[in-house]
Design a protein around this ligand. Structure first.
Ligand code: PGA
Length: 250
């Protein structure tokens, strides 16, 4: 049985007090979420500790939005996988398209990050997805295959078993345009097929989340697809009632 996961990527939003309020709102409504749906929240680094305090003792899991590609030392401004683990994270989002685009995150760096995260016992939520031009040029399958092979094929089966994959078409992120459930299912099945090339049956156990303008109004249709195991939610994760409504869409 694959884990159903609804993860909220808060991006560079929330002050400490806003983050605490949002987390409290989620805790208050947690009993409305089906028990088999795992909620994960990914506040900015500065808010991991206060949010961890609010969700402690609940089933909500904590994630960071990134970690460094080095273990420790003279890397000003960076936050290591070990540090993230030490404040109570069990997940780390890696390879988000915004990081690939604005911060030069390459597959080579992502291999280092994912290995360090796994070494700390964190579950990476590894993001992949094509840009609009790539879809228009009909090379989206190749782009996605490369993103997977360059990073995830460097892992052992034991390591891969800890990874969650998130398919986030860049053209759907923050744009209000969602992939149709057919488009999303097509890619999710393709991703699982590629994972099966390297990892065989294990591919059936890997949760693959959809991300990109996922909201209460479209989550139900997306989550009904056989290869969609949940969502990575940006904008709609900043409002507790929307995030909970998405989680209830199963
Ligand atoms: P969005 O972002 O839901 O605001 O489109 C999703 C993401 O970037 O993870």
């Amino acid at each position: 049985m694959r884990k159903k996961i609804v993860a909220g990527n808060w991006k560079m939003n929330t002050t400490v007090s806003e983050a605490v309020e949002l987390a409290k709102g989620l805790v208050a409504s947690l009993n409305e979420v089906p028990e088999d749906v795992k909620l994960v929240v990914a506040p900015p680094f500065t808010n991991l500790v206060p949010v961890s305090d609010v969700i402690s003792g609940t089933s909500i899991a904590l994630s960071s939005q990134n970690c460094a590609d080095q273990e420790k030392g003279a890397y000003t401004g960076e936050v290591s996988a070990k540090m993230v683990k030490s404040v109570g994270c069990s997940y780390v989002i890696l390879g988000h398209s915004e990081r690939r685009e604005y911060y030069g995150e390459t597959s080579e760096k992502l291999v280092k990050k994912i290995k360090l995260a796994l070494g700390e016992g964190l579950s990476p939520i590894f993001c992949i997805g094509e840009k609009l031009q790539e879809r228009q040029d009909n090379i989206h399958f190749d782009v996605i295959a490369a993103q997977i092979k360059e990073v995830l094929f460097e892992l052992s089966a034991e390591e891969m078993a800890q990874v969650v994959v998130a398919y986030e078409p860049v053209w759907a992120i923050g744009t209000g345009v969602t992939a149709t459930s057919e488009q999303a299912q097509e890619i999710h099945a393709y991703v699982r097929g590629i994972l099966a090339e390297k990892f065989g049956e294990l591919a059936q156990e890997i949760s693959i989340l959809y991300g990109g303008s996922c909201k209460p109004s479209n989550a139900k249709e997306l989550f009904a697809c056989p290869d969609i195991d949940g969502g990575l939610i940006g904008g709609a994760a900043l409002k507790a009632s929307d995030f909970i409504a998405i989680a209830q869409s199963y």
